[in-house]
Design a protein around this ligand. Structure first.
Ligand code: ZN
Length: 461
């Protein structure tokens, strides 16, 4: 692998809480950062690619901790907007469309989602793939890894699944249901085939049953056993309105239910958690369980605003996620950093709390996400860590008046346009408005063609 020297970067943000390094170089080799310093030209090996860092503010790559790539194929459908319906009515409308998805749809929607993530500075993506229509076959996760290889993205596959039939209270159509045995067997298969525990791994797998209301108890119990046996992360949706249902069925709210099954701890993180009490958050903090906060669904659903500063103060591990396009029509984690910050500013007034520091939101989207995924080699820029970074050229009118504080810039001002450079594992995958190794036009055409095999080109459904 070739070496890359980012030379004379205007500012290097190594992490949200470290001092900014002004006018520094970054040297990368074999997928890792080997040095950060004021003048590294002499340390660079012969033949190293040189990138002119003039005007560039460089940051650790963003880490997306919750998404549903397949939902990219149902974006911008105002007629389906779940704010118009009860959740059950909405599910009845959206799931028949999800049930049509083919194996190719999963591949191309992954390409679409990862492309947008990369354009906006995300270098590691976790996807919670829980949609397995029977006709789509058994290679959906494999096709997602294929898409990640194509895009050059560091990819964590959350192998989701649903086991409870509708007749027993599930909200998932039976054509997407699996047995616990089939779910666990395929989790084991994809872990064995793809999960790489080594430093700088480009592929990892998590066991991620969709949500407790759509699975049998045994599915969660066996997920815990498998994840512990294989040494992988656990993930699910928790605290998004289902606790009363779980209490009715299992006699306790979701956090207690998950903890009683062992589905909690430093190797576990939940998505959402907006309905949780302070006592539940304290239990999660004591166990070490983390939270993937998805700010944009909160706007759309009008749900209670998750108290992120309170979670932080309790010591909970917090990361950020886009969530799927059914509850956020974009895959732009950079946008989510800004929206999460603005949402907490809004809430701080009614809580009579101080406005939270913008730096915290960059930290959630980088080191916080890395922690949720169990990674110590991503989320910050330091020698020995992965060469995963993004850069913005601040020599634009957009940034006049903002350049004195690169750390706050991301959350407080927000980065509206695509970034100018994204590097993953030491390889430039996005630069100056193009994917240097890919034909975006051809990928667009292939994705559109596949989309129209299941949905018409007009707005009708
Ligand atoms: Zn979700």
């Amino acid at each position: 692998m070739t070496a890359v020297l980012l030379k004379g970067c205007a500012a290097v943000v190594t992490s949200a809480y470290d001092p900014v390094l002004w006018d520094h170089d970054i040297l990368c080799q074999d997928g890792a950062i080997t040095a950060i310093g004021p003048d590294l030209a002499r340390a660079a090996p012969a033949g190293a690619e040189i990138i002119n860092g003039a005007g560039l503010f460089v940051y650790p790559g963003l880490v997306n901790t919750h998404h549903h790539f397949f939902q990219c194929f149902v974006r911008n459908r105002a007629a389906l907007d779940w704010t118009r319906y009860s959740v059950i009515e909405w599910l009845d409308r959206i799931y028949p469309i999800f049930a049509r998805l083919t194996e190719d749809c999963f591949y191309h929607s992954a390409v679409v989602a990862m492309a947008e993530l990369i354009k906006h500075g995300c270098t590691t993506a976790f996807d919670h793939q829980y949609c397995f229509p029977k006709h789509a076959g058994s290679r959906i996760i494999d096709r997602q890894f294929e898409a990640a290889d194509l895009m050059g993205m560091r990819f964590h596959a959350g192998r989701g699944g649903n086991t409870l039939p509708k007749s027993e209270g599930s909200t998932i159509p039976d054509e997407m249901r699996e047995t616990t045995d089939a779910f666990i067997a395929d989790c084991a298969r994809v872990i064995d085939a793809y999960h790489d525990p080594a430093p700088l791994a480009m592929r990892q797998v998590a066991v991620a049953p969709c949500q407790p209301v759509n699975c049998y108890r045994e599915t969660f119990v066996e997920s815990v056993a498998l994840a512990h046996d294989k040494g992988v992360i656990l993930h699910s949706h928790v605290g998004e309105g289902e606790s009363p249902v779980i209490e009715q069925v299992h006699g306790m709210r979701t956090v207690d239910y998950c903890e009683s099954l062992g589905f909690a701890g430093p190797d576990t993180f939940y998505a959402h958690c907006w309905e949780l009490s302070r006592e539940e958050l304290q239990k999660m903090a004591a166990a070490g369980t983390g939270v993937a906060h998805c700010s944009e669904p909160v706007y759309l659903v009008g749900a209670e605003i998750t108290d992120i500063p309170a979670m932080d103060a309790l010591g909970l591990r917090v990361g950020l996620g886009c969530d799927g396009a059914a509850s956020n029509d974009n895959s732009n984690l950079m946008h989510c950093v800004h929206s999460a910050y603005m949402l907490q500013c809004l809430a701080s007034a009614s809580r009579q709390d101080p406005v939270p520091p913008p730096a915290a939101f960059l930290a959630y989207a980088t080191e916080g996400g890395a922690s949720l995924l169990g990674r110590t080699d991503i989320g910050a820029l330091r020698p020995g860590m992965a060469a995963d970074l993004f850069a913005i050229d601040t020599r634009k009118l957009d940034y006049v008046g903002t350049r004195h504080d690169p750390i706050s810039l991301i959350a407080k001002v927000g980065i509206g346009a695509p970034v100018d450079l994204t590097m993953i594992n030491g390889r430039v995958v996005w630069q100056n408005g193009a994917f240097p190794h890919l034909d975006e036009g051809a990928l667009f055409a292939a994705a559109e063609k596949t989309l129209h095999t299941i949905l018409p080109q007009t707005g009708g459904l």
